[in-house]
Design a binder for this molecule. Structure first.
Ligand code: NAD
Length: 356
């Protein structure tokens, strides 16, 4: 599919490619929809096998951010950046500063921070070139690591789904976590504290070693085994697209709730999950804690307020589950209903003229 075809299919406004020969920066910024405000979304660094996969990822991720902002009542649009490179070997000050200069050039149409493969220290460099970086360390005037609050929101999401299905008591519940990076680590911490049994996988041995050392009670399994475990909840906390025709057949958990963006490879996988009796908690609601933190930071950060708002993920998810039940539609479609309604209602406010 051509690039414009892809943009038209998903409704994107803008796709920008960034290249800096000296620092080796190769990146893309996707701006999906700015009806509600400037595009906001993190920056991922990943060694995509092909250019096409990088483009697909930035388009899918930026579209997800439009949904996340709209669903959680934030007046921002959807955007995301991806840097094409290996986060273990390709990071440098000049690379992130070059990225920062490009972001500054967008003059606030796009605001960004960390995502998979990047951490807030990387953006201390980028922020030397631009004021449009959020979730920097507190020592640099930011609201700090957003993965803590994201993990809190995922914990709320898991408990909400459990409670919709019966009881939200985590004691003795089996939870399989795919990916033990920034969010997965804190999620394990939260769930163990409430007595859950944790199984975890990662492709990085160093990440797994840290889990073995800090949480010896966690059972480590291979990346292939994680799908088919006989557990209550499967919690994807790594890459997107992992709920697909192949993996759906393996999943035994009756609930899917995790941090990863774009967990369904295609929207139709939401319907397949429904038919199989698996309650899917839409990712962009479950993982909205990080967005809620940075939006709060943009108007003067108050951690208590951001935590309270993140706790609201419970109410939002319950609404989605109810809509899904009442209308007999999959939960991903029910969540899309909330998104479309809010964009239509608030986008129309722009008809009221404001003098400059
Ligand atoms: P991270 O890079 O810190 O961790 C991701 C982990 O997943 C890494 O340890 C990586 O080795 C592992 N991984 C990659 N492929 C894997 C596979 N096939 N099987 C098992 N493990 C695999 O990233 P993060 O910040 O923890 O984010 C995790 C997910 O949550 C991403 O999809 C991200 O977009 C999403 N998310 C993060 C935040 C946040 O605040 N950090 C907010 C919202 C959504």
């Amino acid at each position: 599919m051509g690039i414009f075809e892809m943009m038209e299919k998903e409704g994107h406004e803008q796709l920008i490619f960034l290249h800096d020969r000296l620092s080796g920066l190769k990146a893309a910024v996707g701006i999906h929809d700015t009806t509600l405000g400037p595009a906001l979304g993190g920056c991922r660094m990943w060694p995509y096998p092909t250019e096409e996969e990088m483009v697909q990822d930035v388009l899918r991720l930026s579209k997800g951010m439009t949904a996340k902002s709209a669903a959680t009542g934030c007046d921002y649009g959807g955007g995301k950046a991806v840097i094409w490179g290996n986060p273990n070997t390709d990071k440098s000050e000049e690379l992130f500063r070059a990225f920062g200069r490009f972001v500054e050039g967008l003059k606030g149409r796009f605001i960004t921070g960390t995502d998979m493969g990047t951490n807030y220290e990387d953006f201390v460099w980028a922020a030397q070139e631009s004021k449009y970086f959020v979730a920097l360390p507190e020592s640099h005037g930011g609201s700090g690591d957003s993965s803590l609050i994201t993990a809190y929101g995922v914990t709320v999401g898991i408990k909400t789904a459990l409670s919709f299905a019966g009881s939200d008591n985590l004691k003795g519940k089996g939870i399989a976590i795919q990916g033990v990076g920034k969010v997965g680590y804190h999620l394990i911490e939260n769930l163990l504290a409430e007595g859950a049994r944790i199984y975890a996988s990662d492709i990085s041995e160093s990440k797994l070693d840290k889990i073995r050392k800090d949480f010896p009670e966690v059972t480590i399994v291979s990346p292939e085994e994680i799908y088919g475990l006989d557990v209550d909840v499967f919690s994807p906390c790594a890459m997107g697209g992992i709920i697909n025709d192949e993996t759906i057949k393996l999943i035994k958990a009756k609930i899917i709730a995790g941090a990863a963006n774009n967990q369904l490879l295609e929207p139709r996988h939401g319907e397949i999950l429904r038919q199989r009796g698996i309650l899917y908690a839409p990712d962009f609601i479950v993982n909205a804690g990080g967005l809620i933190q940075v939006v709060d930071e943009l108007s003067g950060f108050d951690r208590e307020r951001a935590m309270r708002k993140t706790a609201g993920i419970r109410e939002l998810l319950m609404r989605v589950f109810e809509i899904s039940k009442d209308r007999d539609i999959p939960t991903n479609e029910a969540a899309a209903v909330l998104v479309e309604e809010r964009i239509a209602r608030l986008g129309a406010l722009q008809r009221i003229y404001l003098s400059k």
